[in-house]
Design a protein around this ligand. Structure first.
Ligand SMILES: Cc1ncc(C[n+]2csc(CCOP(=O)(O)OP(=O)(O)O)c2C)c(N)n1
Length: 626
């Protein structure tokens, strides 16, 4: 950490006044934004930028310290400070703030040089810091990770999850700052939600320093102390919202309100500047938008070995556990990690832990934290697998994955217990919306393996992919899928291709489209109908949001498509197929068999029967419809 002299502090003081002027100008120009918290944050932000190991001319240099903004609404402070440090032209940031198409968005985005992580959904930054810290440890990069947070933000529960994690795994290179201005949108933090922030961090065994957040000497000293501390440290910086402009100070209304042009003139005068807003108005009309800064992409090059082949009845989750352990064995000391939320036995990750104990992280029942942390680790270049039951790793954590997706992470989510196939746990544990929920995230690939053999191929395939992937599977043991000749379909010669549908049976009278472990049932239905002389095509759709057009054409040419799934019938495979049929202008009848309400707690076979989704019911329905 760079030590500063008095003349450095004097310079930072002058720069912070300039930054305050920039914050006010950009928010007035955009007629929106968050000047209040930006002005309380700016003194310690500029001090951090002067002390950290960073180089504005190489914003993504490998061993840089990382500075994360958890309270992404202080984007004016971020842009003002980074512009002043030379990451980009400050005038452009002022002129382009919140302009449509500009990188200087309302909440921080990694398209801006110097920004590491998009935020705006409060409460997630500390988890992201943990993810970057774990990644640095695995990659053997020594660095500090600063994370800047609000005080109102401390009300979010995910922060307490992150605090515990940071202490459990000794993430001593995390230095948190809390902008303790005592105000949030609707007024005083004590009135909105009483909380003893200091005591909470101390109770979780953090090292806590409390300082005057506008006193540069105190800030400097606290950062040095935090750097030397053998524990994760948080600096509670007592500040004033709107600091530096008399009529803005300690006024909650300036949390999220820009000054009028008259107010701006007065405020700039107090700060010692002229109002030159007209210059920026002009720049805004002729602005050539800054191009987004690129973020280093990881290169995954794991030895993925040889696929296992299963002949017996086995569950997909065991196949996933075996495959990931095999990859770990073949790639010791690599950038591969697996996380857990107290479900290791069910999720079959014990073999992975035995192979790679240092890269297995037990995160407790803290899924929100884990989802964000996993995203950050993956962005930093660790091939991160986040396994969980569908209801926890998808439904519970959807918003974290949404922010991960916005951050262009490389996350690999592996969910088990999707569909009705969860044993007797009942409706709370039946994730019947995994596809409907996750297909909203534009950069996710969704893969639903048919059996254990295909699961093995898919896990090995995904291990070398960039970007976000979801692999979803049920709980039970199923026989391995066979072709019409009775041979294993997904054998060792099979090659998984994302988006390619697998034709498992031929037929001309109709087609059944199915995904995941429902494939076994669909084959039973088709084989029974064949005995009655009704010949159905059976297609396994492993990538329902990237449907195979050729397969759909062939299926539609029969005149009738049945979709068969243990997913919510309104948002699942049937709807993906319906959409695509219309887009491709294919005409045929479409019948959707799926889950029509929250279901029952019982033995899988009985649950399927009660929902009308067992093979006998579907066989009967198809016979009636043909
Ligand atoms: C999860 C979440 N809930 C609500 C909001 C809306 N919101 C934006 S800022 C804010 C208040 C934050 O207060 P604080 O952390 O004290 O920041 P300051 O007012 O000091 O800038 C709220 C509720 C949000 N961005 N994220």
């Amino acid at each position: 950490m760079r030590k500063l002299e008095q003349n450095d502090l004097n310079e930072i003081h002058a720069l912070s006044q300039k930054a305050r002027a920039a914050i006010l100008k950009m928010t007035t120009l955009a007629a929106s934004g968050h000047p209040g918290g930006s002005m309380s944050t700016i003194d310690y932000l500029l001090t951090v930028l002067h002390m950290a190991n960073i180089d504005p001319s190489q914003p993504r240099k490998e061993d840089r310290d990382l500075i994360l903004f958890s309270h992404g609404h202080v984007s004016p402070a971020a842009y003002a400070a980074l512009g002043i440090m030379g990451y980009f032209d400050l005038d452009k940031a002022i002129a382009q703030f919140r302009m449509t198409g500009s990188i200087f968005e309302g909440h921080v985005e990694p398209g801006v040089p110097g920004i590491e992580w998009a935020s705006g959904n409060l409460g997630q930054g500390l988890s992201a810091a943990c993810g970057f810290a774990l990644a640095s440890r695995i990659q053997k990069i020594e660095r500090n990770i600063f994370v800047l947070m609000g005080d109102g933000e401390q009300q979010k529960g995910q922060l307490s999850e992150a605090r515990r994690f940071a202490v459990k795994y000794n993430l001593n290179n995390i230095i948190g700052f809390i902008d303790y201005n005592k105000l949030q949108i609707s007024g005083n933090i004590e009135r909105i939600m009483p909380q003893n922030i200091k005591a909470e961090y101390e109770a979780d065994d953090w090292y806590v320093l409390e300082i005057d957040g506008h006193d540069l000497q105190q800030i400097h000293k606290a950062i040095l102390e935090a750097d030397a501390a053998a524990r994760p440290t948080v600096i509670l910086a007592r500040t004033k919202m709107g600091k530096g402009v008399s009529f803005m100070e300690n006024k909650a209304q300036y949390h999220g309100a820009a000054l009028t042009e008259e107010q701006l003139t007065q405020a700039l005068h107090e700060l010692g500047f002229e109002n030159d807003l007209n210059k920026y108005k002009q720049l805004r009309t002729i602005a050539e938008l800054e191009k987004p800064s690129t973020y280093p992409q990881p290169k995954f090059n794991f030895d993925t070995g040889k696929p296992f082949q299963y002949d017996e009845k086995i569950d997909n989750r065991s196949a996933w556990g075996n495959a990931i352990a095999d990859i770990a064995k073949l790639n010791p000391n690599s950038n591969l990690a697996v996380l857990d939320n107290d479900l290791q036995g069910s999720l079959k990750t014990k073999k992975f832990e035995a192979e790679m104990p240092q890269n297995f992280f037990e995160c407790g029942i803290m899924e929100h934290h884990t989802a964000t942390m996993a995203g950050a680790m993956s962005k930093a270049g660790i091939q991160t697998f986040f396994p969980g039951f569908g209801v926890f790793a998808i439904d519970e954590t959807y918003n974290m994955h949404r922010l991960n997706d916005i951050n262009h992470t490389n996350l690999k989510i592996v969910t088990t217990h999707v569909g009705l196939d969860v044993g007797e746990d009942g409706k709370t544990h039946q994730c019947i919306d995994y596809l409907g929920v996750m297909k909203n995230l534009f950069h996710f690939h969704i893969i639903i393996p048919a059996d254990a053999n295909q699961t093995d191929h898919i896990v090995r395939y995904v291990a070398n992919q960039k970007g976000n992937y979801l692999i979803s599977m049920g709980r039970s043991k199923y026989p391995q899928i066979k072709n019409a000749a009775g041979e294993i379909y997904y054998n060792q010669d099979y090659k998984f291709e994302y988006g390619k549908a697998d034709q498992l049976r031929e037929g001309q009278q109709a087609a059944i489209l199915v995904m995941g472990t429902m494939t076994t049932r669909a084959l039973q239905v088709a084989d029974k109908l064949r005995e009655d002389g009704i010949e159905l095509q059976v297609w396994h759709i492993s990538a329902p949001i990237h449907l195979d057009e050729a397969a759909l054409k062939t299926a539609a040419a029969t005149g009738t498509i049945f979709t068969y799934e243990d997913h919510n019938v309104n948002t699942g495979l049937g709807n993906c197929v319906a959409d695509k049929l219309v887009q491709m202008n294919l005409q045929c009848k479409l019948f959707k068999f799926g889950v029509e309400d929250y279901s029952f707690s019982g033995k899988s076979a009985e649950v399927f029967q009660k929902c009308g989704l067992d093979t006998d019911s579907v066989y009967q329905k198809i016979k009636e419809l043909m």
